[in-house]
Design a protein around this ligand. Structure first.
Ligand code: ATP
Length: 517
């Protein structure tokens, strides 16, 4: 399936099967805001659980918190968000479409990269086994020309962003001849800065109210609670604080479904370390986070690290984990070494001493921070986009058919077991209920008696249920059922008493965690 078609199909599928709905859909929706439906919320909760357990349960030096969305307005002055949480925006005067100016330039740069990739593919075909990619990249004149172009534009963009030079950003767009993808024209407005934070008023009377923000990231809730947690939890450095929660950003261009939303969820962990040890911990977390992703079993080639060449002024190392979404490789998670910037800022702005006293060495210091920050919704999208498949299946009469199956990691599937009585009579529904009543304490089960067995299997495939069991007349005689595997579609007759063990082997969260720890 072409990637564009796959993405459209994915969005339609997510709606049809109760994973994701547009917010306020009966009022024609609200742009870039989405609701999770009956299946979506289960999958989302399972992802959260997998992340939370991998952080808080598996590491004795990591604890969790749940801080408020509203925070004291001074927090955002200290963190730099009020002055610097901006994106440069530009409008096309003909199409009236608004863009992130840096994104337009980045996309233009990617065209040169695509040319390089094409040259490589061509050469690989020509030279076969003898092809030496590294050598080719270093010597081929076309590649070198395109590389030089990329470096030139990237350097100009980095310089302009660093020095906040909006005129220069516009000049790059003009010099590169970038046209509006909608109107095709190069009739651009000037570039302006746009702050991404949503604000609102705290307090009911106009004069007494003050402007506060909906948090644009969960991390600040962790920083301002550093002392509370360290003291009350008697935490010793190195230690981490984890949090899952909503964040809000008034994104300029919010397209691509749940990839870029205005209200979304983050899963962040800030790891506090002794200054000078941060690179060691940075490598540790980089390694552990990619293992977490790979434990889910999505294709490994869909992940890659992207090193930040241009670092924020307070950071001394930063990598993104990128995933190949249907619209290309994009950021899924950030791993950043943030020095002591955040805690020092809060120390200065709050006037409270935020330090750690190391009993062993007798020193006091402001801890350094290594953070891992991942979008929950983007993780959800990786699972849907890698899992949604259309497969040819052979029918019993020899003809072929297609089935849509969601091959998501079994431990994260919304429903673990579908229980299907072959017919709606002869005591089979009662037997099915009996089995559910036994298993429902450990596994999310669904009962379904409507339509043919084949159609019921298809419905479960479409929501990613790893196992279906069928209750037939033999069940009443010998206490066995047929169990069908979502991926192989193989059926096996097993004793009802063995079901809990079979399910547990396949769907337990422990199995995922054991791949990492
Ligand atoms: P981007 O460059 O894509 O805007 P970012 O670098 O601003 O992302 P961070 O501030 O590092 O993102 O946030 C950490 C994570 O939160 C991201 O890796 C991403 O998974 C998620 N995230 C950020 N913005 C959004 C959004 N608008 N919608 C959904 N998830 C988001």
């Amino acid at each position: 399936m072409a990637q564009d078609d796959l993405f459209k199909k994915l969005i339609a599928h997510a709606k049809e099967y109760g994973f994701i709905f547009q917010s306020s859909e009966i009022y024609d929706g609200l742009s870039a805001v989405y609701d999770y439906g009956q299946m979506g919320v289960e999958l989302k909760n399972n992802i959260k659980k997998f992340w939370w357990e991998a952080m808080v349960k598996m590491n004795e030096n990591i604890v969790g918190i749940d801080s408020a969305i509203f925070m004291h307005p001074e927090v955002w002055n200290a963190s730099g968000h009020t002055s610097a949480f901006n994106d440069p925006l530009i409008d096309n005067k003909d199409s009236k479409k608004r863009y992130r100016a840096d994104d337009l330039i980045e996309e233009h740069i990617q065209k040169y990269q695509a040319k390089i990739d094409k040259e490589v593919a061509k050469a690989r075909k020509k030279f076969g086994d003898d092809f030496n990619k590294d050598q080719f990249l270093e010597t081929n004149p076309n590649v070198l020309r395109n590389k030089a172009k990329i470096n030139e534009i990237q350097d100009r963009l980095n310089g302009a962003l660093e020095s906040d030079n909006l005129d220069e950003i516009k000049q790059i767009i003009i010099d590169c001849g970038i046209a509006c993808p909608v109107s095709g024209s190069k009739n651009w407005t000037d570039v302006r800065q746009f702050n991404l934070m949503f604000d609102t008023q705290l307090g009911s009377v106009a004069e007494g109210s003050s402007k506060i923000y909906l948090r644009p990231e969960t991390a600040q809730g962790i920083f301002v609670n550093y002392l509370n947690v360290q003291k009350t939890g008697r935490m010793k450095i190195p230690f981490g604080i984890a949090q899952i929660g909503k964040a809000f950003r008034n994104e300029i261009v919010a397209r691509q479904f749940i990839f870029r939303m205005r209200e979304f969820e983050q899963m962040e962990m800030q790891f506090f370390v002794k200054p000078g040890t941060e690179m060691e911990w940075f490598e540790h977390w980089k390694d552990l986070r990619i293992k977490w992703h790979q434990a889910m079993g999505l294709p490994t080639e869909k992940y890659r690290f992207h090193k930040h060449e241009k670092l924020a002024h307070y950071a001394n190392a930063a990598y993104d984990i990128e995933f190949e979404f249907p619209f290309g490789f994009k950021e899924l998670e950030g791993i950043h070494s943030r020095t002591n910037f955040d805690l020092s800022q809060h120390q200065e702005f709050s006037g409270k001493k935020i330090q750690y006293f190391d009993h062993e060495s007798g020193e006091s210091y402001v801890p350094y921070v290594v953070e891992t920050s991942i979008g929950l919704d983007r993780t959800f999208l990786t699972i849907l986009s890698a899992g949604l498949k259309e497969e040819e299946v052979k029918k019993e009469n020899g003809k072929s058919d297609t089935r849509t199956v969601l091959q998501i990691p079994p431990a994260l599937a919304p429903i673990k077991l579908a229980v299907l009585p072959l017919v709606k009579k002869d005591g089979l529904p009662e037997k099915a209920r009996e089995i559910i009543n036994e298993l429902k304490f450990d596994f999310t089960c669904q009962y379904d008696e409507k339509d043919s067995i084949g159609r019921r299997y298809r419905r479960q495939d479409a929501i990613g249920t790893p196992y279906c069991i069928t209750i037939d007349h033999t069940t009443l005689e010998d206490n066995t059922v047929t169990i069908r595997d979502r991926d192989t579609m193989q059926q096996e007759r097993v004793d009802i008493n063995s079901l809990a063990q079979i399910l547990d082997d396949k769907v337990s969260m422990k199995k995922l965690l054991k791949k990492i720890f």
